[in-house]
Design a binder for this molecule. Sequence first.
Ligand SMILES: NC(=O)c1ccc[n+]([C@@H]2O[C@H](COP(=O)([O-])OP(=O)(O)OC[C@H]3O[C@@H](n4cnc5c(N)ncnc54)[C@H](OP(=O)(O)O)[C@@H]3O)[C@@H](O)[C@H]2O)c1
Length: 252
Amino acid sequence: MIDQKNILVTGGTSGIGEEIAKSLYNNGNKIFVTYRNEKKIKDWQKKDSKRICMIEVDFNNESKVQKLYTQIEKSKINIDILINNAGIYNFQKLINLRINDLKNEFNINCFIPTLLSCAFAKQQKKNKKFGNIINILSFATIIPSFGRATYAASKTAFSVFTKTMAAEFYAMGIARVNGIIPGVIPTKMNLRNIKKNKKKLLQPISIGKFGSTKDISNITNFLISEEADYLNGSIIDVSGGKFLIQNQEDAR
Ligand SMILES: NC(=O)c1ccc[n+]([C@@H]2O[C@H](COP(=O)([O-])OP(=O)(O)OC[C@H]3O[C@@H](n4cnc5c(N)ncnc54)[C@H](OP(=O)(O)O)[C@@H]3O)[C@@H](O)[C@H]2O)c1
């Protein structure tokens, strides 16, 4: 019998977030899932109102985001674990960069998940509870890509917050905080890019194939488990061994 936890997953109606939410639910937990569009709610997410709670919030809607912080802080959404998964991946050459592009991507990929984590920390402190935060980062925090500088910068900033939250929140008895770097995982975020550049994207991956959403949910489940009790501020690279050497092709 597992110890049931209340877990909030942001962006849980597609891709990596959906897989994480599903596996946490299948493991007996109660899940809270943020979504933007009613039409994207999956059939499995409609079937159990006792253990699945869908929360409509677009991160571009300031008042709804503010309401979510308050609901968490005041334990109206009472959670033990927070999975910051929602993110965007925009293409913009630097020469055309505008302030609004920067603001938007930093807001969704870094500022909101960081402030959600702070709201969660306040709830934990008030309730004298210890939990977990998992942040979904990116390989772009290691090597940025052409046209995705803002994505890389926003995820790198979030990676810095991940480490500093880990240090501060653990010291306060609030949570362990860890991050995951997915490699290339076919989802709606990158399907077009994968179709167009499949060979080029596979070339640096030592394992020679793209990852799956399951690969990411497996590591999420490990990180929140007791087996990972000694991990704090760890950023786990789940990229199939990407760019281990500059000339992976020669090794094949
Ligand atoms: N796939 C990869 O190869 C890869 C690699 C590295 C990191 N990641 C990271 O993994 C996470 C999940 O991405 P994914 O690959 O699963 O892509 P995805 O299927 O596009 O999922 C992104 C999620 O974020 C949500 N989201 C986007 N904008 C939002 C907003 N304004 N407000 C609230 N939610 C919003 C999306 O909601 P909608 O469904 O309504 O759009 C969706 O649920 C992201 O943080 C991404 O940066 C992915």
